[in-house]
Design a protein around this ligand. Structure first.
Ligand SMILES: C[S@@+](CC[C@H](N)C(=O)[O-])C[C@H]1O[C@@H](n2cnc3c(N)ncnc32)[C@H](O)[C@@H]1O
Length: 301
């Protein structure tokens, strides 16, 4: 796999008709030097020198980039109240993280919210990977002001990670596996980018049960169209073993709640409350078990 060639080809995605105007707006934004960055539940960027005209220009650009799925961010007083309160997931994983000096990858990083948060650990570097030019543009907006040189973002997918052989100490792959039609191949790709003994943090939708089986939604799951497999924990463990991982640790099991995922003015469409059965919140609108996630850590053999 010629990863540099794929990266180069995908640069043209930033010129797509729906993305080009956002890139133009981004290019014209003011450079602000005296910023203070607070890496807390809200990733906050402050400056005493921003004028109200500059703030207005930044807000217009940020609103052009709707939907904001992950966050929240506070950009010079503009509160980007994303659909997901991503600090819930981050805070849940934080006690298990040990990233100082490490080469880290976040696969399916969306706009990089977790990447910004992980800077608190002083890693060697963090590479975010996500094929979306919209989320890449949101990342570029935030990093225009955070200005971290430790962060790199590539518009690639999980399937390209094998192109970064033996590179990373720690890989995060959160909320991506159920979107893959071949989850074992996806896990193998993640394994290949890890150094031997390197660690993988992963979360996926799960179903209850002891047997190593999966729910295969007929069409949508919780109104999401591309969910292929929702495994039991033992099915997930078997996938990881088959892909060449060892030492499977279940960190947390969490039901998605409306305080974590909800409609805000920073997304256009519906959110969790429209995805659940209005008469029984234990079920999705399709009649499947409501979204519940398992968080695991496993290691490359
Ligand atoms: C449900 S979101 C999860 C985002 C974030 N990791 C989290 O857990 O909050 C799924 C993300 O995977 C990205 N994605 C889509 N196809 C992908 C692929 N082939 N490889 C990696 N990520 C992909 C989407 O753009 C989206 O940002």
């Amino acid at each position: 796999m010629d990863i540099d060639k794929i990266i180069e080809e995908r640069r043209s995605w930033l010129g797509w008709k729906n993305i080009a105007p956002l890139r133009e707006a981004l290019k014209k934004l003011p450079r602000i030097d005296d910023v203070e960055v607070l890496l807390d539940d809200t990733v906050t960027i402050r400056s005493d020198s921003v004028t109200s005209a500059q703030r207005e220009q930044i807000e217009t650009a940020a609103r052009m980039m709707i939907p904001w799925r992950k966050g929240p961010f506070d950009l010079f007083g503009i509160f980007i109240d994303s659909e997901w309160r991503s600090f819930k997931k981050y805070n849940l994983l934080r006690p298990y993280m040990d990233l100082e000096g490490k080469r880290v990858a976040d696969v399916g990083c969306n706009n990089g919210y977790y990447m910004f948060r992980m800077l608190e650990f002083r890693p060697h570097s963090i590479m975010g990977v996500d094929p979306s030019p919209l989320f890449r543009t949101q990342f570029d907006l935030i990093n225009l002001y955070v200005k971290s040189r430790l962060l790199r973002y590539e518009m690639l997918g999980i399937e390209h990670m094998r192109g970064f052989a033996d590179m990373f100490d720690t890989v995060f792959c959160l909320g991506v596996l159920y979107h893959r039609s071949d989850p074992i191949a996806a896990l193998k790709s993640l394994k290949q980018c890890l150094k031997r003994g390197g660690e993988l943090f992963l979360d996926t939708f799960m179903i209850d049960g002891e047997e190593p089986v999966c729910l295969v939604p007929e069409s949508t799951y919780s109104k999401i169209s591309n969910v292929h497999f929702v495994p039991t924990i033992s099915a997930l463990e078997n996938w990881c073993k088959k892909a060449g991982f060892e030492g499977f640790e279940v960190l947390e099991i969490v039901k998605t709640e409306k305080e974590e995922q909800r409609k805000t003015e920073w997304i256009a469409g519906e959110s969790l409350d429209a995805f659940l059965d209005p008469h029984n919140s234990a079920l999705t609108v399709e009649g499947y078990p409501a979204p519940k996630r398992v968080y695991i850590k496993t290691y490359r053999k």
